[in-house]
Design a protein around this ligand. Structure first.
Ligand code: SER
Length: 337
C-alpha cells in the first residue's frame, strides 16, 4: 500500500520554491507539504505556512526534522546561483555541495522515497555545442555554480546506483516568473518586466544579442511534477535531464514587451555576467526528456510576455484608492478589513 505523501521543500521561499510549494500543496494538500527555508518564520508570508526555519547546512537539525517528519519526498532547492557564486566561490561551493550531500545521505538513512534536486544549463561550458546542446555533451563548466551542479549531478547518480535512492533532477534553463530570482545571470529576463510595468527604463547587464535558453516558471513547475510522477523504470537519465523551452536575446524580449508597453526603453551595459552567459549554450536539445517522460513546453515568448505583464501588474497594483472608492460607495469605512 502507498504511504500518504509527506513532503519537505528546502529553500521554499526562493524563486522556484515559492511556486513549487504552492503547486505541491494543490496536488497533495496544504498540510502534506512542509515549507522550510533559512528565514525566521516572522518574516515569511502567511501563505507559506506550514513553515519551519531550517538551515540545510545544519546536518543534525535536518536529521532530527527528517526523523520526526517521516517524509516521503524532499525537494532541495537551496543554492547560490551563478553570478553570486562568482563573487563568493568558496561559500557557493560549500552551500551547493554540502547541502546536497546532507540531503542525499540523510534521505538514505531516513528512507525517503524520492528526492528532487535542480541542476542547470550552467553545467555546460564553452566546449559544449552552442545550439541544440545535446543531453550527453562535454560539460566543463567555467563557473563555480556550474561546477557544483555538474558534480552534484554525479553525486545524485552515485546515490541512485549505490544506495538505490530515487533522486531525480532537471537542468533548468533561465527561469522567468513574477517572483524575483537572486544572483543569477539570466535574472535580466525577470527584472526587465518589473521595469516595464513601473514605467522605468531598463539597463541590461548582458549585450542585446546574447541568446540563452529560458523557460516560463509554470512550464518549469509542471516539468518538475511530471518528472517526479514518472515511473522510475522509464528514467534513463540519473544525472539530470536537459530541459528546453524558449531561446531569446534581450533584444528579442524587449521587442516583444514593447508591443504591449510601447514607451518602454532599454539600454545595454554588459558587466561580468556577459562572460558567464557567453560560456553557456544558446539552446537545448531535450529529446531524451520528451522520450522518457513526455516533456513538452507550453509557453512561447509572446504568451509568456503577456502572462508576465498581467501578473506583475496585479502584484504591484495599488488597490488603496479603489478600496476607498468602493467602500465609500457601500457606506462602510474604507478600512473594514
Ligand atoms: N538561472 C541560473 C543563473 O543564471 C542558471 O541556471 O545562474
Amino acid at each position: 500500500m502507498n504511504r500518504k505523501e509527506k513532503i519537505l521543500v528546502i529553500g521554499a521561499c526562493g524563486q522556484i520554491g515559492s511556486e513549487l510549494t504552492a503547486a505541491l500543496r494543490l496536488k497533495f494538500g496544504t498540510h502534506c507539504v512542509l515549507a522550510s527555508d533559512i528565514w525566521p518564520d516572522t518574516g515569511v508570508p502567511r501563505h507559506m505556512f506550514p513553515y519551519l526555519q531550517l538551515n540545510v547546512m545544519d546536518k543534525e537539525a535536518l536529521s532530527e526534522l527528517m526523523a520526526e517528519g517521516d517524509f516521503t519526498q524532499i525537494y532541495h532547492l537551496a543554492a547560490m546561483l551563478s553570478a553570486s557564486g562568482e563573487k563568493n566561490p568558496q561559500p557557493a561551493w560549500n552551500l551547493n555541495m554540502t547541502s546536497l550531500l546532507n540531503v542525499l545521505e540523510l534521505s538514505v538513512i531516513h528512507k525517503v522515497s524520492k528526492v528532487f534536486w535542480p541542476s542547470s544549463i550552467a553545467v555546460f561550458g564553452p566546449k559544449a555545442q552552442k545550439t541544440a546542446c545535446p543531453q550527453y555533451e562535454i560539460t566543463e563548466p567555467t563557473t563555480i555554480y556550474g561546477i557544483s551542479k555538474a558534480a552534484g549531478e554525479l553525486w545524485c547518480k552515485y546515490y541512485f546506483e549505490k544506495y538505490g535512492l530515487d533522486v531525480r533532477s532537471l537542468r533548468y534553463p533561465g527561469l522567468i516568473s513574477a517572483g524575483l530570482p537572486g544572483g543569477g545571470t539570466t535574472d535580466y529576463a525577470v527584472d526587465i518586466f518589473h521595469y516595464a510595468v513601473k514605467g522605468d527604463a531598463y539597463t541590461c547587464f548582458l549585450k542585446g544579442d546574447t541568446k540563452l535558453p529560458m523557460m516560463y516558471m509554470s512550464d518549469a513547475i509542471r516539468a518538475t511534477i511530471e518528472l517526479m510522477d514518472a515511473p522510475g523504470d522509464r528514467l534513463s537519465v540519473r544525472t539530470a535531464y536537459n530541459l528546453g523551452a524558449l531561446s531569446f536575446t534581450p533584444e528579442e524580449i524587449y521587442d516583444t514587451i514593447i508591443k504591449f508597453v510601447p514607451a518602454f526603453h532599454i539600454e545595454y551595459k554588459p558587466d561580468f555576467r556577459q562572460q558567464i552567459a557567453d560560456s553557456w549554450p544558446q539552446s537545448i536539445d531535450d529529446k531524451v526528456a520528451n522520450r522518457d517522460w513526455g516533456w513538452r513546453p507550453e509557453f512561447d515568448l509572446e504568451n509568456m510576455v503577456t502572462d508576465m505583464l498581467n501578473r506583475i501588474r496585479i502584484l504591484t497594483r495599488d488597490y488603496s484608492s479603489e478600496v476607498s472608492v468602493s467602500a465609500a460607495g457601500s457606506g462602510y469605512p474604507a478600512d473594514v478589513s
